[in-house]
Design a protein around this ligand. Structure first.
Ligand code: ZN
Length: 260
């Protein structure tokens, strides 16, 4: 498994490819294998910069993940084209572009995404956010676009029966021969009083790492395929550092490691 966090300590807006290179190097320094990059990095860079970035992602087996803006995919074809072009330019073979599909337009949007050229669809995935998971899973099967299981969004929808491991396994199965990507994060408790936000589920800066070690332990007991884990928490969080260190030390986490 590779792990990474969504927020690295690089705050400047990218002005050239060296910023993307620096972002990758910051991930290497933090011992992350999954690197979330803003879609604002998606530009055509000069050949030498491209080569540098290709080399760093190859040397360190970095998986780049671009989160597209949270708007219907059909309204941002140019953004998706730019992101796919970047991943192709830097030979990011397992790169992912994550889309968010509004619950009310699930079918239209999936159909639209599936009609894009293969040079884009090969990178696309849809994050489970507010839709009923069954609708997403059947769309994933029909249109062969994988689903990113997001523990937080699943949890915040308070489904019953509550079965995050079962659902995560089903999401993993939508990835075919690609390595599945999973999001882990902890609800921001400042949002609990706000009905609207409660449903949306904001990420906390910190990580309730015991919950996630348990979840990953359950996945490994259920023989989930090897996944990549993107932790949506602040890179500076001590809990995140502890979680990543535990995961690195023990490989796929097992519950008893917590107490060993
Ligand atoms: Zn997420």
């Amino acid at each position: 498994m590779r792990y990474g966090s969504s927020r690295l300590a690089i705050t400047q807006q990218p002005t050239n490819g060296l910023r993307l290179y620096a972002h990758c190097m910051a991930a290497v320094h933090a011992q992350h294998g999954v690197v979330r990059i803003p879609h604002t990095y998606a530009h055509a860079y000069d050949p030498i910069t491209r080569q540098l970035i290709t080399q760093v992602i190859n040397d360190h087996a970095l998986r780049l993940v671009i989160h597209a803006p949270i708007i219907p995919p059909s309204t941002m074809q140019d953004t998706l084209e730019r992101c796919a072009q970047l991943l192709s330019d830097i030979a990011s073979h397992d790169g992912v572009i994550i889309c968010h599909v509004p619950a009310a337009r699930t079918n239209d949007e999936w159909q639209w995404m599936a009609s894009l050229p293969a040079s884009i669809t090969r990178y696309l995935a849809v994050e489970h956010t507010l839709q009923p998971i069954d609708a997403l899973l059947s769309a994933a099967e029909e249109f062969t676009i994988p689903v990113v299981f997001d523990w937080l969004h699943y949890h915040m929808l308070a489904p019953w029966p509550y079965a995050p491991v079962d659902v995560a396994l089903k999401c993993c199965a939508t990835w075919g021969s690609q390595r599945p990507l999973i999001h882990l994060s902890t609800p921001d408790t400042a949002d609990y009083g706000n009905q609207h936000r409660h449903i949306n589920g904001r990420h906390a800066a910190y990580l309730d790492w015991v919950t996630h070690m348990y979840f990953l332990g359950q996945l490994s007991e259920r023989r989930a395929p090897t996944c990549d884990i993107e932790v949506e928490a602040d890179a500076g969080s001590k809990a995140l550092a502890h979680f990543l260190a535990q995961c690195r030390r023990h490989g796929p986490p097992q519950w008893h490691h917590l107490w060993a």
